[in-house]
Design a protein around this ligand. Structure first.
Ligand code: GLN
Length: 489
């Protein structure tokens, strides 16, 4: 019998469709696994037990009544707590939204439900998706299932940890500068940030609107493709979602990578790169070569400006987006304020954590008159240069492969007092958001300490199909799938 806590989406759906296991039983198995391990991992903000069982029941009823079953029928999925879920709290990891209950679903959540998925819970995250470790959550720190003393990465750390710990076969995260790929790498699961505009941002609580994008984590590359298939595509409710047709991601998955030209950007393999990370990513490249791809060195010369550019643009947009939390329209309202200015001040002071305040101040500064040209405008220009680096590279190659992160999971507490060190954990991922490209992390090895290492596959705009194809080929070659975190069964 398939162990539902290790099964793929295809296996779970087959169980439901064939009647060998009901959606309710599958849901209960995942809830049971969650009860057994989540007091240690702390991936979830809220487990939607009653609602999930009701949704699973609806799938079982549909089957009994011979109604058509969607591509995710009965598949439990966890959703990062920054994506709105109708009638259930959506906190964004922040005190200021602690009691916020949206009255609508984010489009990507609605599409999951239409496909028959069972939304099983909302996952922990860094406050407003600002961070790389989940330590900026106002509520709890999620732990890395491979080593509970280490971070799962962030900001979608809860989603990555839930998948890695076998609590759910797939989850949604969001990625503004690395928040899907970095935790995917640190937790040893595949995770994909789609092209900007590929997935609707409607109902995704905004951090930096020109960078934010939602995407899937899964147990396998094929599962990531299955989820993307459901959530991708134009949405009239988000004017930045692209009207591009959605290809058949799953259909092309087995085509292999023979003949593909893979670029290796030399700036992503700096002299000080962690030796184990370097070794594992090189092994992935060697595997790609054995599968018939060609490997060429390329250069992305503006890479060194990526982190400052990202932290100017992202904070500028955040300072503007987060102006809406004023104690009047959403969530928290500070008591006892004598006038409206005091109400804003007290609410924001009580509701936001230190990192969010730091970003709002930075963003307000770079947008302020007198500094706008020197910082924000300059940042936009450098962003164009970074984007052009990629356009040039993609004239020569089909894909790029880099490490996802400069090191494996760091210890809880190690970087909390050093924001710059924390920001540097996204050094290989932020460029892809600045350029608006698709990027995916796949596990490519373990350190001697048993911590996962991720390789990042970057594609041209709307090239998710090629990215997934390469990921599937490498997944087969790297044989990581049989490795599991040392958690009790
Ligand atoms: N870690 C980066 C930041 O703190 C990226 C976050 C994200 O992608 N949401 O901004």
């Amino acid at each position: 019998m398939t162990d539902p806590s290790r099964a793929t989406i295809a296996e779970l759906r087959d169980l439901v469709v064939s009647g060998r296991m009901s959606a309710s039983e599958i849901c209960k198995a995942h809830l049971g696994r969650t009860r057994a391990v989540d007091d240690r991992v702390k991936a979830y903000r809220s487990v939607l037990e009653r609602q999930a069982l009701a949704e699973a029941d609806a799938v079982d009823r549909a089957r009994r009544e011979s109604r058509p079953l969607g591509p995710l029928a009965g598949v439990p999925i966890a959703v990062k707590d920054v994506l709105c879920t109708q009638g259930t709290p959506t906190t964004c990891g922040s005190r200021i939204l602690e009691n916020f209950v949206p009255y609508y679903d984010a489009t990507c959540v609605a599409r999951l439900r239409e496909a028959g998925a069972v939304i099983i819970g909302k996952t922990n995250m860094d406050e407003f998706a600002m961070g790389s470790s989940t330590e900026n959550s106002a509520f709890e720190v999620t732990r890395n299932p491979w080593d509970l003393t280490r971070v799962p990465g962030g900001s979608s750390g809860g989603s990555a940890a839930a998948v890695a710990a076998g609590m759910v076969p797939a989850a949604l995260g969001t990625d503004t500068g690395g928040s899907i790929r970095q935790p995917a790498a640190l937790c040893g699961v595949p995770g994909l940030k789609p092209t900007y505009g590929r997935v609707s941002r409607y109902g995704l609580v905004a951090f930096a609107s020109s960078l934010d994008q939602a995407g899937p984590f899964g147990r396998t590359v094929a599962d990531v493709a299955r989820i993307l298939q459901v959530i991708a595509g134009h949405d009239p409710l988000d004017s930045t979602s692209a009207p591009e047709p959605v290809p058949d991601y799953l259909g092309g998955l087995e085509r292999g990578i023979a003949g593909l030209r893979i670029g290796v950007p030399k700036e992503y393999f700096p002299a000080g790169l962690d030796a184990e990370v370097h070794g594992s990513v090189r092994a992935a490249l060697a595997a790609a070569e054995r599968l018939g791809a060609s490997i060429d060195e390329v250069s992305l010369p503006h890479t060194e400006y990526a982190i400052p550019t990202y932290y100017i643009i992202a904070t500028a947009e955040a300072s503007s987006n987060l102006a809406r939390y004023d104690g009047v329209r959403y969530g928290l309202r500070a008591a006892g304020a004598p006038d409206i200015a005091q109400l804003f001040r007290k609410t924001r002071n009580a509701g936001f954590g230190a990192e969010v305040k730091r970003r709002i101040m930075l963003g307000t500064y770079v947008l302020s008159s007198g500094y706008y040209d020197a910082y924000y405008l300059k940042g936009q220009k450098v962003r164009t240069l970074i984007r052009r680096d990629f356009e040039d590279a993609f004239r020569r190659v089909d894909l790029l492969i880099t490490p996802t992160t400069p090191s494996a999971a760091f210890r809880i507490g190690e970087k909390v007092d050093d924001p710059l060190a924390m920001y540097l954990s996204d050094i290989f991922t932020v460029t892809i958001n600045l350029a608006g490209l698709p990027g995916m992390s796949i596990p490519c090895g373990l350190t001697r300490d048993g911590l996962p290492i991720g390789a990042q596959i970057i594609g041209p705009r709307f090239g998710e199909d090629v990215v997934l194809r390469a990921a599937a080929a490498l997944e087969g070659a790297m044989q990581f799938r049989d490795r599991h975190p040392p958690l009790p069964r």
